[in-house]
Design a protein around this ligand. Structure first.
Ligand code: NAI
Length: 425
């Protein structure tokens, strides 16, 4: 079998530069080794590079100044950072892996990541958060963390419908809100205004995916996370629609937490809901009570980083943006502009690549990758327990052990070699 995967290597720590291995090339190296080990040459991945971000600008428009860029329309700016050839490649091959992209400086320009999620209708952001034994964690309950966040990815305040305070459009909208809809706002105040669109269709398709995933992977519960007590017709509606899809489409496979008493729970998935702010606390205090979490866009974003911190940080947390036609797998972290170039942890993008392998049915190789990282993390913990220096971990993890700093770790390419040695152990 041969499968083509589009690769956006990313900016900053994403890209190999001046001989320093980037996190995306690290992931490809580990995945190729895992595929080789799992299938002994019978399966091959072709990685096709597509340009995006700062690197696309440097390559295609090397002489473009920031001043010239600012004068371009948002659409023109976008084509500098996300060329049509890249969009076409993803449309052709359907699956991509992406390193982090820096947000361009141009005004009125949406984040490239947000734009791509909308363009390819990647409506489910899937972020598994599982504790790797021995990983440094600030939480004593870390061993019990095994959750998967399903974050709605294209609606909510991320839709990018915002009007700058004092602008003509903002004034027009404010007037409409006050005069036509009776909104309790001062018509003479320059508010910044944003719109928070959330639909039944958008909610239901996300929650449907979350429930299917929970059933397939035998999680005990799906928790709907919302702030419906305050935002009744957006977050509150998310809760309502989520329960509707659960009851209407999965009636015999689920049980509602509110109707638990006396029921035979054998093989049934519990559906419950929690207010978002309480949830940030509950995942820390009682992580064993939570499995799959279905969240609107903004809540899901906060919760993802909160949970990532509990299992060792952003460097260990993978993610995927999945729609009905396309899927883009990406690290959850950014370009880490202040990190010394060889200090990046490639685990996040590597674990995202393992999700990609699962997605295309190469689960044996995916398991090898996860086991390789797990072993690398646990060997690091062992070395920290023995007081060894340097630790066989990248600096972000090394620095979380008592008595160690970021410079007590190894560099990215040394870590990659260790993971490859541990594949399948
Ligand atoms: P960041 O994720 O780049 O960095 C946050 C902190 O985590 C920093 O201390 C950084 O050194 C550390 N860190 C991140 N990834 C790491 C890794 N793999 N190994 C070791 N340490 C790591 O977030 P920040 O600084 O807010 O954003 C920097 C740039 O990245 C911005 O332009 C932002 O827009 C962009 N960004 C892109 C994302 C994407 O492409 N999906 C996501 C988040 C930010």
């Amino acid at each position: 079998m041969e499968k083509t995967i589009v690769v956006i290597k990313g900016d900053g720590i994403g890209r190999t530069k001046n001989g320093v291995l980037g996190v995306t090339d690290s992931a490809i190296k580990i995945v190729n080794a895992a595929v080789e080990k799992a299938y002994q040459g019978t399966t091959k991945l072709n990685w096709v590079e597509a340009l995006a971000g700062e690197y696309a600008r440097e390559t295609n428009f090397p002489n473009l100044t920031d001043e010239e860029l600012k004068k371009m329309t948002p659409e023109e700016q976008r084509s500098v950072y996300l060329p049509q050839t890249t969009i076409d490649l993803i449309k052709e091959h359907k699956i991509a892996i992406k390193g982090p992209l820096g947000t361009p400086i141009g005004e009125g320009f949406k984040s490239l990541n947000v734009y791509m999620r909308q363009l390819f209708d990647l409506y489910s952001c899937v972020r598994p958060v599982r504790y790797f034994h021995g990983a440094p964690s600030p939480n004593i309950n870390a061993e019990k963390i095994n959750m998967v966040i399903f974050r709605e990815n294209v609606e909510d305040v991320y839709a990018g419908i915002e009007f700058e305070a004092g602008s003509a459009k903002q004034k027009k909208l404010l007037e409409f809100l006050v005069k036509e809809l009776g909104a309790n706002l001062d018509p003479n105040t320059d508010y910044g205004l944003g719109i928070k669109p959330m639909s039944a269709k958008g909610t239901k398709r996300l929650v449907r995916n979350a429930i299917n995933y929970a059933l397939e992977h035998k999680y005990k519960s799906v928790t709907i996370v919302h702030k419906g007590n305050i935002m009744k017709y957006t977050e509150g509606a998310f809760r309502k629609w989520a329960y509707e899809v659960a009851k209407e489409e999965f009636g015999d496979k689920i049980v509602l937490e509110s109707e638990l008493s006396g029921q035979n729970l054998e093989g049934k998935l519990i559906i419950k809901d929690r207010i978002a702010d309480a949830m940030l606390q509950l995942v820390q205090q009682r992580p064993e009570d939570y499995g799959v979490l279905a969240c609107p866009n903004l809540n899901g974003d906060y919760l993802s980083d909160d949970l990532a911190a509990l299992i060792g940080g952003l460097g260990l947390a993978p993610g995927a943006n999945i729609g009905d036609k396309y899927a883009i797998f990406e690290a959850t972290h950014g370009t880490a502009p202040t990190l010394p170039p060889d200090k990046a942890n490639p685990s996040s993008v590597t674990l995202s690549a393992a999700m990609l392998l699962d997605h295309i049915g190469l689960t044996e190789a995916a398991d090898l990758v996860r086991k390789g990282i797990e072993k690398a993390v646990s060997e690091g913990a062992k070395a920290a327990g023995e007081g060894k220096k340097p630790l066989p971990l990248t600096g972000d993890l090394a620095s979380q052990y008592k008595g160690y700093t970021g410079s007590d770790g190894i560099n990215c390419s040394e870590y990659v070699d260790k993971v490859i040695n541990y594949l399948g152990e």
